[in-house]
Design a protein around this ligand. Sequence first.
Ligand code: GSH
Length: 195
Amino acid sequence: MAQQQPILYSFRRCPYAMRARMSIVRTGYQVEHREVILRDRPEHMMEISPKGTVPILLLQDGTVIEESLEIMQSVLSWELSEVESHWISRNDDEFKFHLDRYKYPNRYENVDEIEQRIAASGYLHDLNTLLGQDEAIDTNLSDALFPFVRQFANHDRDWFDAQDWGNVHSWLGENLESDAFKVCMKKHKQWVSSD
Ligand SMILES: N[C@@H](CCC(=O)N[C@@H](CS)C(=O)NCC(=O)O)C(=O)O
């Protein structure tokens, strides 16, 4: 049977999947949502994308998009500016690197979580400055970044809230309280191939 809609393999709490879902919510793009549990990934997902990460978008013409940013670009018809590319690279490379080590220091050798938090804070300090400038950040860029800052904030909310990052605090708060994010975080039961 022909595939009726693009298929999105997603995991609710994954920040990469969140950014892809935000683009889908913003545009009303129709997908068949398949919720994945990472330790029990569906065979079909592994067949179309053996690297096994979420999110994955499978288009009706068989195209597989297996990077969250590329899903956003495809759904939003978004061409990145130089400034957007710069911020996304800082987020996905520099900030995510320290975020993982801050959250899970035991998964790495010789990692101190406080040093990692300080290293991650450089990005947040600069983001705070960016957010203080007029028209500095549009919705697409904002959606590409805030799920990662959310994860950082949640790790030690009291410490995060005590930092001098007023613009980051209000920007994150607005995103988390938005209707779009509520739709993005709607719960789905695990998809199984018999569904
Ligand atoms: N560069 C990928 C990264 C996606 C990614 O690492 N997703 C995580 C979940 S948050 C994952 O699927 N991890 C499973 C694994 O690495 O095996 C993207 O932007 O889509």
